[in-house]
Design a protein around this ligand. Structure first.
Ligand SMILES: C[S@@+](CC[C@H](N)C(=O)[O-])C[C@H]1O[C@@H](n2cnc3c(N)ncnc32)[C@H](O)[C@@H]1O
Length: 318
């Protein structure tokens, strides 16, 4: 029997409230996971159905089981979310009422050592969300040029010791498992910097995971697709868990809000930019103290959301 899929959805009430005012129709849950958010939205809005995407087979099985009670109001598809516009089209949905992204790793992915996401339990250096994909984190750790490895650790992990860590990894090759990798990383970080900022290998593992699943490029393409398929009055909401993801979300929503206006601030816009969305809350939302108490994973979560404006740049106003 498959292991239980236990994942506590973050910012659940806030997400459900956010989709309360959207028009009737379909909401895409681009990161279905255990379908906690999706089922809460379906419960709140009987006039909404959900198209749920995930690239992880375990999540798809868990999400489908959780959504079974909603019958044909819920459809589940194996897909990477940068293809969500094509998935929407192939399901005969025109514009959607909203898109939700709850980024990153689900608790079961992290808790199953054989998936290779964990620096606390030994497993292969894998970190693929879609296990049919060829590239694994071992290709980076054991195969990348030292300079490329250092770049990935610095850019994707915000790791200030990217240089020493990359050199230590290269010297220790081939690394066999996640605990060995965590150990090499730990020894490369000066002792006085190991005491703060959580587990010393956290940033390296995050960077390896992002590289393995091509996360920054996929996120950018997914957000662009979401903005393009959402109807006026519909909403796009994203929960991110670290600054690298949040920077992409913030910049994308800013472009949607300004239409990419290049005019000096404070002066009227003369560059012809057409805003397509309004930001629902500058800075977004974070978890309340009560939620943090119940679910420490929510501590790094930030939710940002936009609402699509009535007039789209690609629509003819006449
Ligand atoms: C944090 S969990 C989502 C949890 C879900 N919101 C819930 O309430 O149960 C993130 C899920 O997104 C999936 N995922 C991450 N990146 C993805 C991508 N680019 N395309 C499709 N699924 C993705 C992961 O496999 C994982 O199941």
């Amino acid at each position: 029997m498959a292991a239980a899929f236990e994942h506590t959805s973050v910012l659940l009430e806030r997400v459900v409230d956010l989709f309360d005012p959207v028009p009737s129709g379909t909401i895409v849950d681009a990161t279905l996971g255990g379908a906690g958010h999706a089922s809460a939205i379906l419960e709140r809005r009987p006039d909404i159905d959900v198209l749920g995407l995930d690239q992880d087979d375990d999540a798809l099985a868990a999400g489908s089981a959780r959504l079974a009670e909603f019958g044909d109001r819920a459809r589940v598809v194996k897909a990477r979310f940068d293809t969500l516009d094509a998935v929407v089209e192939s399901h005969g949905v025109g514009q959607v009422s909203g898109v939700l992204f709850d980024l990153g790793v689900s608790s079961p992915q992290f808790d199953r050592p054989e998936r290779g996401f964990s620096y606390r339990a030994d497993g292969p250096i894998d970190m693929r969300q879609d296990r049919s994909q060829v590239r694994t984190a071992a290709d980076l750790v054991n195969g990348a040029e030292p300079a490329e490895l250092e770049r990935v650790l610095r850019e994707y992990g915000d790791e200030r010791f990217a240089g020493p860590i990359a050199r230590s990894i290269v010297a220790a090759r081939p690394l066999a498992g996640t605990l060995e990798l965590a150990d090499v990383v730990r020894s490369a970080i000066p002792a006085r910097f190991r005491r703060t900022g959580g587990h010393p290998a956290k940033r390296t593992f995050q960077a390896c995971r992002m590289w393995t699943n091509d996360e920054p490029a996929v996120l950018q393409a997914g957000l662009d697709a979401a903005l393009s398929v959402t109807a006026p009055g519909g909403r796009v909401a994203v929960i991110s868990f670290h600054s690298g993801e949040d920077r992409i979300v913030k910049a994308t929503f800013r472009r949607a809000e300004t239409g990419g206006c290049t005019c000096p601030s404070g002066l009227p816009c003369v560059c012809g930019a057409v805003p397509i969305a309004r930001l629902l809350k500058r800075g977004g939302w974070t978890a309340t103290a009560d939620e943090l108490h119940a679910n420490p994973r929510a501590s790094s979560a930030r939710l940002r959301a936009v609402e699509i404006l009535p007039l789209r740049s690609n629509e003819d106003p006449s």
